[in-house]
Design a protein. Structure first.
Length: 107
């Protein structure tokens, strides 16, 4: 069994710290996602959410459904334009969903 992973570095405008989003693939299917950062304000819920998404992926839920859910997540503090995306994102989770969607499309 070969596991491949890719880590994406995100820079949020609201923080001095980068966020690292790791996607793990097994046999060309996403099986797990992890987020790491020195920014600890959101660490609990982001870790819980990524663990939940990873479990769903391993239970047969499609990555497209998870991407759709992620892209529908809004931050009450407002949206932002991440560099290199050319579109506004409504939250950090929306941003991660776009990265996951792009990752799946490339692989």
């Amino acid at each position: 069994m070969i596991l491949n992973n890719v880590t994406y570095k995100l820079k949020q405008l609201t923080s001095d710290h980068a966020i690292y989003f790791t996607i793990v693939d097994k046999e060309e299917c996403v099986t797990a996602m992890f987020v790491n950062s020195k920014e600890m304000d959101n660490f609990q819920w982001v870790t819980a959410l990524m663990t939940s998404y990873s479990r769903q992926l391993n239970s047969g839920v499609s990555v497209e459904l998870i991407v759709s859910d992620m892209k529908e997540t809004f931050d009450p503090n407002g949206s932002y334009f991440p560099p290199g995306f050319g579109q506004k994102v409504n939250s950090l989770i929306h941003h991660l969903g776009l990265i996951l969607e792009s990752h799946v499309q490339r692989n």
